[in-house]
Write a protein that binds this ligand. Structure first.
Ligand code: CU
Length: 105
């Protein structure tokens, strides 16, 4: 964590992976993630959803783009990270391994 209390990480987005794919953060403190796509054609996204609503992130990451997402996880828990893009009838990107987890302590 940095001096200003923001929990920052940079994630490389590729077809079909996030690196790193396991994030550990503290509840109640802001998180800032820089998502850097290294793909040349395929667009991806970055989703974290807690059914109970303590985390809700949905960010598109275009091919070759870098975007930043900010959120503050309210509650401890472990939440899936995934890309839900798919080109029917192919498997979804998540099914091809594009997933990870956010662990909130
Ligand atoms: Cu994807």
């Amino acid at each position: 964590m940095s001096a200003d209390g923001v929990q920052r990480a940079t994630i490389t987005v590729d077809s079909y992976s996030y690196t790193p794919n396991h994030l550990i953060v503290e509840a109640g403190k802001p998180v800032e993630l820089t998502l850097t796509s290294i793909t040349t054609i395929i667009p991806h996204n970055f989703i974290i959803k807690d059914p109970a609503g303590s985390v809700s992130v949905e960010q598109d990451v275009g091919a070759g783009k870098t975007v930043t997402v900010k959120f503050t996880p309210a509650q401890p828990g472990t939440f899936p990270i995934y890309c839900d893009k798919r080109l029917w009838p192919m498997p979804s990107h998540r099914d091809k391994g594009m997933e990870g987890k956010l662990e909130v302590k």
